[in-house]
Design a protein around this ligand. Structure first.
Ligand SMILES: [Zn+2]
Length: 100
């Protein structure tokens, strides 16, 4: 799976509408590709931020996304790329909060 295909599949993954084999390839790719991981984190952030703000819930994006990825491939190790990617988009949480 290349970057283009991976990024096209992000919304499918987040909606859990992806078939098992594609999901494996997808997670494999985002685990090894910083660019796609950031893309996934950003889309996930927007998805759940809107949802959660409606319910005024406190949320931990990094943890939840990691859990989602782990559910897909059953790997427990926190990936350093997720942390790096999250740092980049952390400021976006503020933007989302300000926008809504
Ligand atoms: Zn990629």
């Amino acid at each position: 799976m290349d970057c283009k295909e991976t990024q096209r599949c992000i919304s499918l993954f987040l909606e859990e509408k992806m078939d098992r084999r594609t999901e494996q390839k997808f997670v494999e790719h985002v685990r090894s590709c910083r660019e796609c991981m950031e893309e996934l984190t950003i889309e996930y952030l927007f998805n759940i931020a809107i949802e959660r703000l409606e319910n005024a819930e406190v949320f931990d994006v990094e943890k939840e996304l990691e859990e989602k990825l782990n559910r897909a491939v059953n790997r427990k190790k926190v990936h350093c790329q997720l942390k790096a990617g999250f740092f980049v988009v952390a400021s976006m949480i503020m933007c989302v909060l300000l926008l809504f």
